[in-house]
Design a protein around this ligand. Structure first.
Ligand code: CMX
Ligand code: CO
Length: 138
């Protein structure tokens, strides 16, 4: 079902500070910067590597305000890994298979994600405490 790890989502208080850290310390490059009001985040995708199945990224996430998914996460857990995003060829097909096998979905249909991707989330309580995202690249 999964073609690669597309990205690891990391929650932070200060996007500029974390971009500076990841670019200067690890030599990553900023592939995209977006504000996604529907997800409640200011974000940056930092390119890590290319592979035959597609590229992989670190997704840095700063909440637009406290009453958002990432805002609540920061209040509870502090900064750190927020979710894992896996590449899939067909997000709707993957959701159908997972729903049929009883996995609790957050999204029963895809929504718009970073860099034009089609995405959907699985509930962390269904995945051993790991918020899990399916990513179909455009
Ligand atoms: N990882 C693991 N567990 C998480 C979690 C996360 N990222 N976020 C919340 N939880 C857990 C909480 O710890 C809590 O557990 P307990 O009940 O055991 O204490 C439970 O989920 C509910 O917590 P909450 O504060 O009430 O959480 P929310 O109301 O924010 O709902 C969730 C949680 C996962 C349904 C919500 O965050 C969501 O819909 N996320 C998907 C969208 C998203 O995260 N968008 C930002 C990223 C965008 C992108 O990647 O492009
Ligand atoms: Co993500």
């Amino acid at each position: 079902m999964f073609t690669r790890i597309d990205h690891v989502g990391i929650a932070c208080h200060d996007l500029e500070e974390k971009i500076a850290f990841y670019t200067s310390t690890f030599g990553l490059t900023v592939a995209a910067r977006e504000t996604q009001p529907g997800q409640g985040v200011h974000e940056a995708m930092l390119h890590v590597a290319d592979a035959p199945a597609g590229s992989s990224y670190v997704q840095l996430l700063q909440p637009i305000h406290d009453d958002t998914a990432v805002g609540r996460f920061l209040a509870r857990h502090g900064e750190g890994i927020h979710h894992v995003g896996y590449g899939v060829d067909d997000v709707e097909a993957a959701l159908g298979i997972l729903a049929a096998s009883g996995v609790r979905l957050i999204d029963d249909r895809p929504r718009h994600g970073s860099m034009g991707a089609s995405i959907a989330f699985l509930h962390p309580k269904a995945v051993g405490g790991v918020l899990t995202e399916l990513v179909q690249a455009p």
